[in-house]
Design a protein around this ligand. Structure first.
Ligand code: LLP
Length: 433
């Protein structure tokens, strides 16, 4: 999907990446907005093709800024938030609160109060403590809430394998086998302030294989059937979470995101038919697959260290502060030379950051032309969990973020300044001690 212009430079959303680096500085996070819209639409199209009532809810933890919530709103889809901070960002963006779902395994009193006061559409209830706390908040606010009950489906899927019953020991959701999920439903059905819409399960992230989703879908229908028989409860919504994998390197072979959805729809439909259940709405919560492939991190090359017999270190002006995924998960990415992505490689190097840690590596074994200071590198597919997990480690400012669409660029998050870094600090008056 990466384009190259007449000068042979990498372009993003129709804009020369070198122009972006020059205009906004590096390290820089750039999103190709057209790619984001395209992915959202392809999710919607599958549901529409199968005449399946649905909601696509963007898992905003993948990348959450005012501009991003506005973009999501313009596509008419829902989003989910997992903290008061994401919620206030969505509010600030004018995101329609009825289309927001609120997740989390330890939502605070303040967060639940804000959610109820601002009219959040759905609260995904995770545990017994939350049922009580939410009840208290609803009493105080004289309000009601629509909820889904999150269950741990006993299925965990990681990258390309999946293990049934693997994740019973999860911190998220109500356990099925022990009867906790039944007990939770009973409590909620007995509470006039709570309207239970259905069930939620999320089995993991960066999943390549469809079997985990099929297993989870069947499990959810099984629970819905049991709840109908045992409690005369009609499940209107099955939310199967997110986790659709993307291609970071040539080794990754995920299905197209829409193919996962197709398999989920088919499984839910056939399981419901087999169980004599009406087909519920299907909700999905993709994060990575919506923003990951649309994001690029631009860096400028600085120093390098060459030692005979070892893979050279080439240092750039960012690192683990703007993308911790390689250091944290040993995640792999592809890096290209922005001014000539097609230039023949002449060496294999490690791209490292400027942070004071040996683990501050952005990419291993990158086949690139000989790199010299001042060149701009583009790291591809950085749009998910990059900026959103950024930190100020070593007191480095977080990068700026730019949205590009139809050949126009717009700054949507300012670069943090050195001044910003001390804006919350207070002096320590030792005479007072
Ligand atoms: N729904 C729920 C309930 C989730 O917990 C998550 C992700 C998603 C949806 C979205 O999953 P996605 O489509 O983005 O895979 N920091 C890690 C990923 C953590 C994912 C947490 N939950 C990373 O950088 O790989």
């Amino acid at each position: 999907a990466d384009q190259i212009n007449e000068q042979g430079h990498l372009t993003i959303g129709g804009v020369d990446s070198l122009t972006l680096a020059q205009e906004y500085g590096t390290p820089l996070v750039v999103y190709d907005v057209g790619q984001i819209r395209k992915q959202i639409r392809s999710f919607k199209q599958v549901f529409e093709k199968y005449h399946q009532p649905y909601e696509v809810s963007y898992a905003s933890k993948a990348f959450a800024t005012v501009a991003m919530y506005q973009l999501i709103a313009s596509e008419g889809i829902h989003c989910d938030v997992v903290s008061g901070g994401e919620l206030v960002t969505a509010l600030k963006a004018g995101f329609p609160m009825a289309k927001v779902s609120f997740h989390g395994n330890n939502k605070s009193y303040e967060e639940l109060t804000l959610a109820v006061k601002s009219g959040v559409g759905t609260i995904i209830v995770d545990n017994f403590y939350e049922i009580q706390l939410l009840d208290q908040v609803l009493k105080e606010q004289a309000a009601q809430a629509q909820i889904l009950l999150r269950i741990s489906p006993g299925i965990s899927a990681h990258t390309n394998e999946y293990i049934q019953t693997g994740q019973v020991d999860s911190k998220f959701g109500f356990d099925l086998a022990s009867g906790q999920a039944d007990q939770a439903l009973k409590q909620c059905l007995a509470n006039p302030r709570l309207q239970v819409l259905g069930l939620h399960a999320h089995i993991g992230s960066q999943i390549f294989d469809v079997r985990g989703f099929e297993g989870a879908s069947r499990k959810l229908v099984e629970v819905a059937k049991h709840w109908k028989d045992a409690f005369a409860f009609d499940c209107q919504v099955l939310n199967v979470g997110g986790g659709f994998g993307i291609k970071y390197t040539s080794q990754d072979t995920p299905l197209a995101p829409a193919e996962f959805v197709k398999a989920i729809i088919k499984t839910v439909k056939s399981s419901c038919q087999a169980n004599g259940l009406a087909i519920p709405e299907i909700w999905i919560e993709p994060g990575r697959s919506i923003v990951g492939p649309a994001g690029y991190n631009l860096y400028t090359v600085g120093s390098r260290k060459d030692l005979p017999g070892y893979e050279p270190f080439v240092a750039v002006d960012g690192g683990m502060g703007d993308n911790i995924r390689p250091a944290l998960y040993r995640a792999e990415y592809e890096v290209v030379l922005a001014n000539d992505p097609r230039k023949a490689a002449s060496e294999s190097v490690r791209i490292v950051g400027k942070y004071c840690e040996s683990g501050d590596i952005l990419a291993w074994h990158q086949q690139l032309p000989h790199l010299v200071p001042g060149q701009v590198l583009a790291m591809l597919d950085t749009g998910a969990y990059g900026y959103s997990m950024a930190s100020n480690y070593n007191r480095n400012p977080r990068p700026a973020v730019v949205f590009v669409e139809n050949g126009h660029a717009q700054l949507v998050v300012k670069r943090e300044s050195w001044e910003d870094l001390t804006s919350l600090d207070l002096p320590y008056d030792q005479n007072k001690q």
